[in-house]
Write a protein that binds this ligand. Structure first.
Ligand SMILES: Cc1cc2nc3c(=O)[nH]c(=O)nc-3n(C[C@H](O)[C@H](O)[C@H](O)COP(=O)(O)OP(=O)(O)OC[C@H]3O[C@@H](n4cnc5c(N)ncnc54)[C@H](O)[C@@H]3O)c2cc1C
Length: 393
């Protein structure tokens, strides 16, 4: 039977209306329908990414809960990275509770002095009995306040050039010495945090990949991050363009819009549709394995397209767009990356982060130039110098 047929059968045995969400997701994992393209026994069945898209649609159509915003980093980044680089023991331990929603994940990559230049990171991990002791500061850590686990990059050998000597750890956020503090965004919400690590013990078993070999593992996370933020498969006429069309209709009825605005709406709608179809084609073509740099195109287009759409929405709403729902500090349990909240003033403010999170638009253009188009690379004078000798801000 195909994965889609199996998904329908599973739903018949576990109807969405009467099965607790966690139980349904556990059954889905055990049937190899969680990540169809993963190996059997780890939530998959060695299928293709396009099978995964089809299965996802079956569960969505049946009304199954969507966890993509609540465990955005777990599902989009941690799972594929652990599947690609983890030991069987790690895959067995982490993938199931990640998929069921029992354990939320966050990404402890960025630091005050290392964002676009991620390889410059300064969080240190020194050897300890049975593991490592980690100290440093991470920042912009989405959903760390609800996360149980973190994807942590730390420097284990400062005498190596910056891309080497980094180790990738799976950090238990309940460990003593981890301090998560809220950071408020332009929207007023604190979706993300700063995370202080003070002599935190991490066991050897928590190393993902090899000691000093964290950079290629981090690349798997980043490539998947770009696909998960930019390349998701959505139905025609959904997402931010819905808000745009509704806002235009209201503006037309109120006499604030005419043919000129219609032309702008149509251009953005076509742009969003072109991006959607490009993502769908990429998903059809994709086979198992780590996504390539092409994901950067999807992420770039998502960011710039969303910003243009919500910018026009605000313009169409006129003075009404200035009223805002309030700035009470809220710590949401989901990341509102893609907009579509129904409140265009909020979505506009949130969309401004799209061209920063998951790699800035400038950096993605460099990735596309160098690794997709094959243009000459930017000069990188520091790539062979030991990290300890680099000048840092
Ligand atoms: C909403 C949100 C959620 C986030 N969530 C997480 C998270 O969960 N975990 C995590 O680890 N990080 C997270 N981040 C951090 C994000 O990955 C970084 O903010 C991003 O990589 C940019 O790094 P920076 O903020 O240090 O800016 P910088 O790297 O200092 O960049 C500043 C400016 O310089 C430009 N610039 C830098 N280098 C170049 C270059 N070589 N060429 C051209 N221009 C350049 C940038 O494009 C940018 O405009 C999040 C950010 C946001 C906004």
């Amino acid at each position: 039977m195909t994965a889609v047929a199996d998904a329908r059968e599973l739903l018949a045995a576990h109807p969405v209306a009467t099965t607790p969400d966690r139980e349904l997701r556990a059954a889905r994992f055990d049937a190899g329908l969680a990540f169809v393209h993963f190996d059997a026994g780890f939530g998959g069945r060695g299928g293709s990414i396009s099978d995964q898209v089809d299965v996802e649609e079956v569960f969505t159509a049946a009304g199954a809960a969507d966890w993509s915003a609540r465990n955005v980093i777990g599902l989009g980044m941690a799972a594929p990275t652990i599947h690609a680089h983890g030991t069987d023991e790690q895959k067995r331990r982490y993938l199931r509770p990640l998929f069921t929603g029992e354990e939320i994940w966050c990404q402890l990559f960025s630091e005050p002095g290392a964002g676009s230049d991620l390889a410059g990171l300064a969080t240190r991990a020194g050897p300890a009995d049975g593991g490592w002791r980690v100290s440093g500061q991470k920042v912009w850590t989405t959903l760390a306040h609800v996360a149980r686990w973190g994807l942590l990059l730390a420097r284990t050998d400062p005498e190596q050039p910056k891309h080497r000597g980094i180790t990738y750890f799976l950090l238990d956020l309940t460990t003593s010495g981890v301090d998560v503090r809220p950071l408020r965004q332009l929207t007023g919400e604190a979706e993300f945090n700063e995370v202080y690590l003070d002599d935190v013990f991490v066991p050897d078993a928590a190393v993902l990949g090899t000691v000093g070999g964290g950079w290629p593992v981090a690349m798997t996370t980043l490539m998947n991050e770009r696909v998960s933020l930019g390349g998701r498969s959505v139905p025609r006429g959904s997402g931010p363009s819905v808000g745009l069309v509704e806002t235009f209709r209201e503006a037309l009825a109120a006499g604030r819009a005419g043919d000129a605005e219609l032309d702008r709406v149509m251009r953005l709608w076509i742009r969003a549709e072109a991006a959607r179809l490009t993502n769908q084609r990429a998903a059809e073509q994709a086979r198992r394995g780590t996504p390539g740099p092409e994901g950067s195109i999807a992420k770039l287009e998502m960011a710039e397209g969303n910003k243009a759409i919500y910018d026009l929405c605000v313009e169409l709403r006129g003075a009404d767009a200035l009223s805002y729902r309030g700035y009470a500090e809220v710590r949401p349990d989901a990341a509102a990356v893609h907009g579509g909240s129904g409140d265009v003033s909020y979505d506009y403010l949130r969309s401004l982060a799209n061209s920063i999170e998951g790699g800035t638009s400038e950096v993605l253009r460099t990735v596309i130039g160098e690794r997709v188009l094959g243009l000459p690379p930017e000069p990188r004078a520091d790539k062979d110098t030991p990290w300890s000798q680099l000048r840092r801000s």
